[in-house]
Ligand binder design. Structure first.
Ligand code: GRF
Length: 241
């Protein structure tokens, strides 16, 4: 992976920032990135590789339609990663990422937990989309919305369902750095989404996704403009939405 630098915080490299997008399903967020790149909204960024642990993921089809390298990487069932060593799957994934000279990894609906040893290879280079609101540093069990209401933090699967079950009025979308603790890394971008009284899990998740599609493009744009790839960026230096 190449290093980026520049006093202005602009990506001074002449070669584009090469993204790997890891997914397990639909890939609508991959599509948002593809569309942004094709419509020149993300200058200096390209998708180097799409990886899916699911051979039937529609995201693979989306990638192929746009002539992007797309690979099914068999992974097996979800498991709790080892704390001290990478799994064989992660070793294979690492080889692929290096082979395709990936600079940055976007988890866009990737349904497998990555281990600390894997993540340590790519400090501040792995980001995730989470369909709920996370606190600035990613940790903690409550979040205060713009209107001052304290709501629980929903991590893990079916965050829209969790928000509906909690009876709260606002949820949202968060893009954050990935750390070994699931859905608990420092926040890059975040936006609230109002929960309507008639919302179902599906309708709410769909509205959150509309926001995600914008936020993921914005997050990648920001990261490409800054020395965020090698630096530890405190949240307050990154604009909130
Ligand atoms: C998104 O809602 C994301 O927040 C979550 O998984 C979903 C993936 O959607 N992590 P898609 O596959 O990009 O349509």
């Amino acid at each position: 992976m190449k290093s980026y630098s520049g006093m202005s915080g602009i990506n001074m490299s002449e070669t584009p920032l090469r993204l790997a997008v890891l997914l397990s399903g639909n890939g609508s967020n991959l599509q948002a990135l593809i569309d942004a790149i094709e419509s020149k909204q993300l200058p200096g960024v390209e998708i180097a590789l799409v990886v899916s642990n699911n051979p039937n993921a529609y995201g693979l089809q989306r990638a192929l339609k746009h002539a992007l390298p797309a690979i099914y990487l068999p992974w097996g069932p979800a498991n709790v990663p080892q704390k001290t060593e990478m799994s064989e799957n992660e070793t294979r994934l690492t080889s692929l990422l290096r082979l395709f000279q990936v600079d940055f990894i976007v988890l866009a609906g990737w349904m497998r937990i990555l281990s600390a040893p894997f993540l340590e290879q790519f400090p501040r280079r792995v980001i995730n989309l989470h369909p709920a609101l996370l606190p600035n540093d990613g940790t903690g069990s409550t979040y205060t919305t713009k209107d001052g209401t304290e709501i629980p933090v929903f991590r893990g699967l079916r965050a829209a369902r969790q928000a509906l079950d909690a009876g709260i009025k606002v949820t949202g979308s968060t893009i954050h750095y990935v750390t070994p603790e699931v859905d608990a890394g420092p926040v890059i971008c975040r936006e609230e989404v109002v929960i309507e009284s008639e919302d179902t899990e599906e309708s709410l998740h769909e509205r959150v996704k509309v926001v995600e599609h914008r936020l993921i493009v914005e997050a990648v744009r920001k990261l490409n403009r800054r020395d965020a790839i090698t630096e530890h960026l405190p949240y307050d230096k990154i604009t909130e939405h």
